[in-house]
Design a protein around this ligand. Sequence first.
Ligand SMILES: [Zn+2]
Length: 203
Amino acid sequence: MIQDEFTLICSYALVGYEGVETLRILGVEPSPIGPRVRWEAPGMPAERERIVSGAGYVTLGPPSGPMMLDMLSRTLAARWGNGSPRCPANWRESLQQRFPRLFTEEDPCVGPGWSWLFEAGATAIRERGVPRNFKTVQTKEKFGAARWYWSVDESCEYTRNIIATVEHLSAYICEDCGRPGRIRKGGWAKCKCDIHASTKSAR
Ligand SMILES: [Zn+2]
């Protein structure tokens, strides 16, 4: 199951990525944060692309393939950590208690299907050290994907990349349940799995 979810989300999220044809899934191994899908992708560049505009401005491209794969592996580890992917009703409070420097009592202000994604992002940030005076300004869903607005006193590219990866991956994970999903265009763009796309009330 976990490997199927990994493969399906990759097939949505890594379309057009350079070197994606070199991605190979090696298996699933236990880890302190849950069962981790192990992978290799020797042809995928590790760095985010820097796009220079005609006027000389530099903007960052989407998160790199390896960053996406690492965050997806972490997300599914959290999701399957208890053997079955059930999101407890108090998931938000639980994240606030575990990551008090990252989330206020409003956050993450998104659906439960993204709980493991935010947990994975928070764990990754804390592993490298939460930047000084890090503050989550707002979390929400917008145009079908997660937004995580934040402020900080010091430059921290690592944190910027982690949060960009969380936002980017959310467009391929059902906000209701955490299964592989895609943004469904309709009256209101939402990221849903096939089940939640076909019935608004299913849980
Ligand atoms: Zn769903």
